[in-house]
Design a protein around this ligand. Sequence first.
Ligand code: ADP
Ligand code: ZN
Ligand code: ZN
Length: 732
Amino acid sequence: MSILRIAVPTPLARTFDYLPTDNLDIASVQAGMRVEVPFQRRILIGVVLEIVEQSDVPKNKLRKISRILDDAPLLSLSLLSLAKWASEYYHHPIGEVIATMLPTLLRKGSAAQPQLTTFYRLTGKGATLDLQNLSRAPKQQECITMLQQAQQGLEKHQFLQVNISPSVLRTLLEKGLIESYQAPAPQQASDANITPGVKLNEEQQIAVTTIKQNLREYQTFLLEGVTGSGKTEVYLQLIAHILKQGRQALVLIPEIGLTPQTVARFQRRFNLPIALFHSRLNERERLEAWLQAKNGGARIIIGTRSAVFMPLQAPGIIIIDEEHDLSFKQQEGFRYSARDLALVRAQHDNIPVVLGSATPSLESLCNVQRGRFRSLTLSQRAGQALQPEYRIIDVRGQRLEEGVSTKLLHLIKKHLHDGNQVLLFLNRRGYAPVLICHSCGWVAECWHCDARMTLHQQPQRLHCHHCGATRPRDVQCPACKGRQLLPLGLGTERLETAIQRHFSLYPVYRIDSDTTRRKGAMQGFVERIHDGKACILLGTQMLAKGHHFPKVTLVAILDVDGSLYSADFRAAERLAQLFIQVAGRSGRADLQGEVAIQTHHPRHPLLHTLIYDGYHEYALQALEERKQIGLPPYGYMALLRARARQRDNAFAFLHDVKYLVEKIANQQAQALGPIPAVMERRAGYFRAQLLIQSQRRSSLHRVLNALTLEISELKSASRVKWSLDVDPLDMY
Ligand code: ADP
Ligand code: ZN
Ligand code: ZN
């Protein structure tokens, strides 16, 4: 008796057994195919994980599947085992993990077929036609001539290009001289299309040679190279080798870094099909990219976090650029780390992984120390570019005009006068983070969160950056009816106004998520900046990453002070990374760059270490500190979050869980808390959390395994929504 073990997309953390339909040839069923199954009172689409002979459920209780949707597996055995691993490691239901791996259209049951295109070709009658017969219809004649040279047929747009209108095609169809048929769009694939790269410098050459020796086995390389040191060039030359072997390259980049620039650079180098996979694609585009990766049509796949699950016909290498970036960790639902999963995947597929960054995560540096990753370093900027010079501007007691000191204004002026570009970094969008009543001190707060509303001017509204709520700006104080409401603090919109006033002769480009929401908006900015004319760019961390702006010679960081003192033990690491990344935008070409930092704490040790000793030295110190107190990566953590409409319910549940942990853990793991979340009320819910930690990864997971089985039995669990975050990055 054959039984299908199926992953069904439900929050239940288990698989489900079904019987085949009566007329089904079980030999034609394989793991990785989709099936429709009756589930409770619905029909759901699941994926076959295994075909087994035995079930724990008695045979007369097993239901039959409704039908099979695919005639070949959608997910390879390698991806299925990745799903299984991820489900166990992140304690997330296998059905939901598998669903995450599939594009929405496949989850909804669409055929796993590329979209078909209409082609036109000659009929037998058309092929033997004497062209003289069409001498009075030159367009028809031209069309037939074109088709005589195209055995596979041509698409409509190819005719339009030479001014043959659809009506000509219609006439020829009616005459029976041509016919139309449907087929997948052709790939212009060819392997002779690789433009040679530049001559590598010595360090780049060592990196490429070392990795090339390991192309057929699993090994993770940490490529640590200062910004502009030529990491991307190393990726490109490695990919060229992989392509020559007939294999595919998967390149993961941060959410925010999916700049047209990166893609254009790959396209210039490799004139062959590249599939892009990111959140701005529509459902159909996502499916097309997925299928191209799966059937091998696409040789290079560039995508954000979820692309780690892309099916590959011939996996060759996985590259993760800016590996320290937080966007590789999914922060809701199935909370996976794409970087960590990439390593597991590469082990299954026996291929190398390259993690690149100017500011590697402490986790990765620790893995180098433990001998798990191999370290490769690019210490010099490639080509002619020099390292920027740092300048700390002590703003204590100084006059600040909308957050900008007089010294900085002078500096900006000098760089603009020299015909260069200036980048101002302020990690806060909107006009002002606070709207306050001058008479009574009332502050505009979000109605759903413990948070202040940010004032935006274009258009004028209050926004909550935590839950997305917006409302009109108050004209009158709701507390005292006073009419003097003052915007307090500095956001990018306000900085823009101030800077425009000061430097009216120069264009000012504000780049943040408000100004780049429109498709193509970022591209527009990039083009104008690449004109090379003197201008001022200002914006949030969107500007910090990945861009290459050769004419920027001054980078100014306006407000670091807020981040120098934070409760989160990772805050310093984040600040250090952001700082170095922003600074790295300066002087990327042959112009000497300068980095100015405004601060009230000119002697802060973090700033000093970063400026005088560099990121790597900072990271080694930080690792040592974490080791002393057993924090990650030297300790292992999971965060249990709970939210409820009533505060007490969240706490009662977490206290119950804490008791369970203590019972199960037997001293090998500890539960700390529960404590309220830093923003206790958000989007109308009260939120609290319990931290579970252990000195050993295996102990932590043993506890979590037992715990997740017992949690759902808790009475208090029914009154909350809870989630488990393994290796949490955002803890507060
Ligand atoms: P990263 O990815 O580390 O920021 P890139 O690969 O983008 O660095 O290189 C920065 C700049 O230096 C690019 O314009 C690139 O074309 C150039 N470059 C890279 N390697 C070399 C090299 N070996 N010789 C000359 N120029 C190089
Ligand atoms: Zn008031
Ligand atoms: Zn809110």
